[in-house]
Write a protein that binds this ligand. Structure first.
Ligand code: ZN
Length: 288
């Protein structure tokens, strides 16, 4: 681990996290070879240049991407103009009796989604957003009387909660599972025909491809997912990796990688709101 300052005097911590049998660093693995020849510190500066609006939260950039200290007591939390007052609902998939997908060593999806949701909520809140979590503990949101149809009841409860909050953005966080351990890659799902959701999904998928474990996956549309069918506006479901893929599962068990996932989502939300603002500035018709 090393600590250096960039040209603006902002301290970046080089990160490394381990998965069984190897060490991944921000040069070889997380950037998927896109920025070969640059060192990790340059890459981190690149992220900042690409999204200047995030500079206000640059201490979080350094901390999250370093995966070392997310919330240093000495760090000055700064608001992000594009996020102030924005209402954001984060849904940590599964919970309670519903563990979701499972890794070969018995890790449950519900724990990963909750950890990422809490990290994402913290980042958004410290930047001025109004954040609501469908759950912040290990629960499935059902009542004892829901026995027998718990899964449906849980989804219904999440929908009711989300609609009550009238969110500007809704993100449901999940991990994938498959019969084959070779399946891998984070991807974002939106409802077919929902253009706002597609815009958010597109930004998030680009960032997943750039900053998470390597994937060539693209956004997926759907017309069947319960939550996405019922929640209007920029509502997406992010599958952040496969519990059944040994490398992704191992990474998702580390706080460093989970914080990275949360930061990449945070960055995507900031960029999405930036796009919305920019589109307002554009003239709607040429003058005669
Ligand atoms: Zn799930």
């Amino acid at each position: 681990m090393s600590n250096r300052r960039d040209a603006n005097g902002i301290s970046f911590l080089r990160f490394a996290y381990t998965v069984p049998g190897r060490v991944l660093d921000n040069q070889k693995a997380v950037y998927g070879g896109r920025d070969k020849g640059r060192d990790g510190l340059t890459n981190l500066a690149l992220i900042r240049r690409k999204s200047r609006r995030i500079i206000a939260a640059s201490f979080a950039t350094a901390a999250c991407l370093s995966g070392i200290t997310l919330f240093s007591p000495s760090a000055q939390a700064s608001t992000e103009p594009g996020l102030v007052g924005k209402r954001i609902v984060i849904d940590a998939g599964h919970g309670g009796r519903d563990g979701g997908a499972e890794s070969a060593d018995g890790r449950k999806e519900k724990d990963t989604t909750l950890a990422v949701a809490n990290d994402l909520a913290a980042l958004l809140r410290q930047s001025g957003a109004q954040v609501y979590l469908t759950r912040d503990t290990d629960t499935d949101l059902t009542q004892p009387s829901d026995l027998g149809h718990r899964q449906h009841a849980s989804l219904r409860a999440r929908t009711v909660y989300t609609k009550e909050k009238r969110p500007d953005v809704f993100i449901s966080i999940h991990c994938n599972g498959s019969p084959s351990p070779t399946w891998r890659g984070a991807h974002v799902i939106y409802r077919d025909g929902n253009e706002e959701a597609k815009a958010l999904a597109t930004v998030m998928q680009e960032n997943f491809r750039a900053y998470l474990l390597p994937t060539k996956r693209t956004i997926d549309d759907t017309s069947t997912l319960y939550l996405l069918r019922r929640i209007e506006g920029p509502a997406v479901l992010a599958e952040i990796g496969f519990m059944t893929n040994p490398q992704e599962s191992a990474a998702m068990q580390t706080p460093a990688y989970r914080q990275r996932v949360a930061f990449v989502m945070y960055k995507s939300v900031v960029e999405y709101f930036g796009q919305v603002e920019n589109s307002k500035d554009e003239p709607t018709a040429a003058l005669p």
